[in-house]
Design a binder for this molecule. Structure first.
Ligand code: XIL
Length: 356
């Protein structure tokens, strides 16, 4: 009799997490989140983050970026990334790795390299070391992040200045040599709304990568958005379909939906429904650990839990959507084409979302 409260507690704990469980029942590959290092001493946060029924995948929010892994040339540090990777391993969650080559959070010593051969050697060494360190542990790597401008030009970053578009193909080739089992992704923002200049340019870039004989398996749509400004379901469905023609997997990788005022339930629900997907990041821990309040002062609440770890209406709206997707029989079609499952099911999920 005296154990009852504990039993009750553990039962509640066991059934509370459900996003990943439902996502898989709906035929998606997983439902994940990013975790940043400052959150690791917060037990309330961790209790949710390491629940594999809630999140089947973790991504280090910052720990694997260049500024953290190779702050000065030849000095590799993995403590921050490892801390998140170890949590995922202990909890039985997949690790989604982010990111190898990005113009942001790039140490100054890389930015000052202009010589092509030098830059090529630097990229090679960086990927061989970092992807080598995590070899066999990453379900996927964001190999190149944010290489395009919104107007469709290549972003004029230090790697591009030194090597032109070859820095992208080279990065994918080295990533594959280093960790042949990882799914290699290109990841960017503002590529959800069909069919803007950036999407068209991204498609052209993916074709260039493939034509150069470099491997690419996935396109990550970051999915940062704002309540009332989300692309329509039709637009997203169309974009996902176009991307699916080029790669095996399409994932929403960094979804958050910011807004200025207190949540407007109806609009927020609608926005969230529009972005159901296979892989999420930044969904969790409003204001406290989300990057939104710093990046967009005055905005926040872009995630599925509030700062007191209460689930918000958007959480329940996603649960409902996943449940109806599962009962619509998406699982059957996903198992017929397991590799393409993310792309296919994500596209179908958008169709289900549109019907709601
Ligand atoms: C953000 C992190 O969440 C912040 O903590 C950091 O200060 C800046 O970067 N696109 C990406 C992510 O690919 O890595 C970025 O993450 C958000 C934009």
């Amino acid at each position: 009799m005296k154990f009852q409260p504990f039993l009750l507690l553990s039962t509640v704990g066991a059934v509370s997490g459900q996003l990943d469980k439902l996502a898989k029942e709906a035929g998606l590959l997983y439902f994940g989140t990013a975790v940043d290092n400052p959150s690791l001493n917060n037990q309330n946060y961790l209790r949710v983050a390491r629940d594999p029924a809630e999140f089947g995948s973790l991504t280090p929010a910052n720990g694997q970026k260049w500024s953290n892994t190779q702050p000065s040339q030849g000095r590799f540090t993995y403590g921050s990334g490892d801390a998140i990777a170890n949590i995922a391993r202990q909890a039985g969650q997949q690790l989604r790795c982010h990111t190898l080559v990005w113009y942001n959070q790039l140490p100054g010593w890389v930015s000052s390299v202009y010589n092509r051969d030098q830059m090529q050697r630097i990229i090679t060494a960086h990927i061989q070391n970092v992807a080598g360190h995590y070899k066999g542990r990453c379900y996927a790597w964001d190999v190149v992040n944010e290489a395009m401008e919104d107007d469709g030009r290549y972003r004029n970053n230090p790697m591009y200045r030194a090597m032109g578009v070859d820095y992208i193909t080279h990065s994918f080739k080295i990533a594959q040599q280093t960790d042949p089992d990882a799914k290699l992704y290109y990841n960017d923002f503002n590529i959800e709304r069909c069919c803007n200049a950036k999407i068209n340019a991204t498609i052209a870039m993916i074709r260039t990568i493939k034509a150069a004989g470099a491997p690419i398996h996935g396109i990550g749509m970051q999915g940062h958005s704002r309540v009332g400004m989300s692309p329509s379901k039709r637009e997203m469905k169309e974009t996902m379909a176009r991307f699916s023609e080029l790669v095996d997997e399409v994932a929403f990788t960094e979804v958050d939906i910011r807004h200025t005022k207190a949540a407007n339930r109806r609009r927020r629900k609608r926005a969230t429904r529009a972005r159901l997907h296979g892989s999420c990041r930044g969904l969790f821990g409003d204001a406290k650990y989300s990057w939104i309040p710093q990046q967009y002062p005055g905005e926040g609440e872009a995630c599925l839990w509030d700062r007191n770890y209460n689930k918000k209406p958007a959480y329940h709206s996603i649960v409902g959507l996943l449940q109806s997707a599962a009962s619509a029989g998406l699982r059957a079609s996903a198992t017929q084409a397991p590799v393409a499952a993310a792309a296919t099911v994500a596209a179908r999920s958008a169709a289900v979302a549109a019907a709601n």
